[in-house]
Design a protein around this ligand. Structure first.
Ligand code: CA
Length: 435
């Protein structure tokens, strides 16, 4: 598990002025993305956020005078996809982070020569930062699983396997997009209550799911499980993830094999991956309470219990067409924290590979909808509207049960703790267009 080092020092300031006091990207964060100048046909390359700027890693690779492992790492991170860099593992990630932190600090000799390596974030386009070979979506909030289970199966909300197995399903990487993605309201088979037969129709119950994305770094060979003690070395970092969901397609198709076309038409990611190392100050204890069983030994370790969870504050906002026309701010729907998850990301890695399944660099996990324990901490409209029965007030006379055409959904995430500097994930934004 990553320990604190000089790069986390809350006293560090940067010669990039906008980084100092920046709510998301101070010098203690240094998240990675793949970008190019907006509207250009420049090659895509890796970048690191500092304040409102991007450090162009292709420039650092060509002219940054790094050496040794940090030079090998920046050469890989400068490429159009981060898979090669992700595959290098924690020692290389850490060397590059330290080199970037030293070069970007106030008083660093690079303050003059690296200034020309900066590109304003406001002038950049982003892409999904890795070639995602496989995408798996988990279900790690027991609060989400219980309230959704109650809607689908009132007598039997939480199935008996939930407290033993990290539940997940294999998703689809072809429809992953980066913040700014828009997609058409999907069509699918729906079966209205009491109807004689299903119909093919645009979904009438469109929803979002508030999730974190977990990018795998180094993979494992087929047949070689990753132990709980080694699991975190395989996690490169985290981003925000919106698992757009059609509730009416889902309720008709999900039995007996789980979600299929209700989930795989679009999934939107934030452009910045906040590394596991940057998240080290915000680790927290992972606990089982009450009558919950202790996990089986392969999913249990002292380190996982003491520091396996992560306190990431999360919030959901909706911006409707009307709000854009009125130039009104988006409406806040809910807020919660990742610390409420029933399983840690180390447990997801270990469980995913326990049967010998191999993970590859750049594979992506969704955490599952991260609803907290309170009703107003729900990470989906399905829960906030009690299964589509109660309208949610957006202010100025607007309400929602499910999403309407033109609605943009925005997630934000950040970490703060006494004795550490606040760092953030930026935001992920996606818009649903008419069918
Ligand atoms: Ca999901």
């Amino acid at each position: 598990m990553t320990s604190l080092n000089e790069t986390h020092d809350p006293k560090l300031q940067s010669w990039v002025g906008s980084a100092n006091g920046h709510s998301d990207f101070p010098i203690q964060n240094l998240p990675f993305a793949v970008f190019r100048r907006r509207g250009s046909d420049e090659f895509w390359r890796g970048g690191v956020a500092i304040g409102d700027q991007i450090v162009d890693l292709a420039q650092v690779s060509a002219n940054g005078q790094l050496s040794g492992v940090a030079k090998e790492a920046v050469d890989a991170a400068a490429l159009p996809r981060l898979n090669g860099f992700m595959s290098m593992g924690p020692a290389a990630w850490s060397e590059l982070r330290r080199a970037l932190s030293r070069a970007l600090r106030e008083g660093a000799p690079q303050a003059t020569s690296w200034r020309s390596f900066l590109v304003p974030q406001a002038e950049a386009d982003y892409r999904v930062p890795a070639e995602v070979g496989d995408y798996t979506d988990f279900y790690t909030s027991i609060h989400h699983a219980t309230s959704v289970g109650r809607l689908f199966r009132p007598d039997n909300p939480l199935l008996p396997n939930y407290k033993w197995v990290p539940i997940g399903y294999h998703g689809r990487s072809s429809t992953l997009g980066v913040s700014g993605q828009s997609f058409k309201r999907p069509r699918g088979q729906l079966s209205a209550p009491g109807a004689q037969m299903p119909e093919l129709s645009p979904s009438r119950r469109m929803d979002y799911e508030l999730e974190l994305g977990i990018f795998i770094g180094g993979g494992n060979e087929i047949g070689e499980p990753i132990s709980i003690d080694a699991a975190e070395e395989h996690v490169f970092g985290l981003c925000l993830l919106n698992d757009w969901s059609s509730r009416d397609i889902q309720s008709w198709e999900y039995q007996p094999l789980g979600p299929f076309l209700s989930k795989n038409f679009a999934t939107t990611l934030s452009p910045w991956i906040v590394t596991s190392e940057a998240l080290a100050p915000y680790r927290t204890a992972w606990k089982r309470t009450g009558d919950d069983p202790k996990p089986l030994p392969y999913l249990d370790s002292q380190a996982n219990s003491e520091r396996g969870a992560l306190d990431v504050n999360l919030e959901v906002l909706i911006e409707t067409q009307q709000m854009r026309e009125r130039k009104a701010p988006p409406a806040r729907m809910s807020s919660t924290s990742y610390r409420h998850a029933y399983w840690t990301f180390a447990q997801l890695v270990t469980h995913h590979t326990v049967n010998g399944c191999s993970l590859r660099p750049g594979d992506l996990f969704g955490s599952g909808t991260l609803s907290g324990p309170a009703a107003d901490e729900a990470g989906s409209l399905l829960e906030l509207t009690k299964g589509g029965k109660e309208r949610v007030d957006l202010g100025d006379g607007e309400t929602r049960i499910f999403l309407e055409d033109g609605d943009a959904v925005i997630f934000r995430g950040w970490c703060e703790r006494q004795g550490a500097v606040r760092i953030g994930f930026g935001e992920v934004r996606g818009t649903m267009l008419p069918a």
